[in-house]
Design a protein around this ligand. Sequence first.
Ligand SMILES: NC(=O)c1ccc[n+]([C@@H]2O[C@H](COP(=O)([O-])OP(=O)(O)OC[C@H]3O[C@@H](n4cnc5c(N)ncnc54)[C@H](OP(=O)(O)O)[C@@H]3O)[C@@H](O)[C@H]2O)c1
Length: 252
Amino acid sequence: MQPGVAWIIGGGSGIGAAVARLLADRGWTVAISGRRMEKLQEVAGKHSSIHPFPMDVTDEKAVNATSQRIVSELRRIDLFLFSAAAWEPMTVGNYDLGQFRTVVDTNYLGVIRCANAVQPQMEKQGSGHFAVVASVAGYFGLPRSAAYSSTKAALINLLETMRTEVAPRGIVVRMIAPGFVKSELTAKNDFPMPFLMETDDAAHRIVDGLTESDRFEIAFPKRMVWLMKTVRALPYPIFFWLTSKMLPKQEN
Ligand SMILES: NC(=O)c1ccc[n+]([C@@H]2O[C@H](COP(=O)([O-])OP(=O)(O)OC[C@H]3O[C@@H](n4cnc5c(N)ncnc54)[C@H](OP(=O)(O)O)[C@@H]3O)[C@@H](O)[C@H]2O)c1
């Protein structure tokens, strides 16, 4: 993929910000969105080719208006990257409806709102890459992560469907599944995070993965990916024995 115009949701911090900086270094013009203008300005202030467009992905009108603004100011959207998420560790066995609503509205419906706003523009252009940061947490149902993990599983499933359906329109759908990466999001975690990666390392893997081929799945680090995929493939009695060991000590 040659440098063009990218739009990154969640570009004010963590993985999204690191990807925005790296793309800008490699000649891209980058629009970044998120709710906190000060975080967007912090990232954009250091690069003349990064532009802040504050927006909340749970607001359909704002998503459509922002998409139109970006096209009118930057002319096109060659690469869209959804790198936003709501995440809070959950109490074991408590399926709080309010918490689920926020997580589903942001992580899952946020992607649908953006797809509806961006894909018609890509279709008009005759090309575009629609990429979403899911997670290895979507490979199976993780204890303490009921809402987050299930939205990531739903995203992987959705993107598989989308990849087939929108390919004839010239749109290439990409799914990114990182393991643990240092960010504001993982700073909330009070449990061990195996193979925790630096944010810039994750950004390099994402940008190289996106620009060097059209493959669907960009998953890393490999040790974490294979661990998660192996657990997924286990017969259920062994799978549930193993996942029960992931509960906090007093629960198993
Ligand atoms: N870090 C990891 O270990 C890891 C692993 C696998 C997958 N991921 C995924 O990677 C992506 C980026 O996460 P991160 O680790 O870089 O964490 P992060 O720094 O917390 O980034 C999340 C971004 O999402 C934005 N956001 C949240 N709610 C939003 C909303 N309603 N509308 C618009 N923007 C919103 C936040 O900005 P505002 O608060 O300003 O809106 C923030 O910039 C997420 O999809 C996450 O699930 C992370």
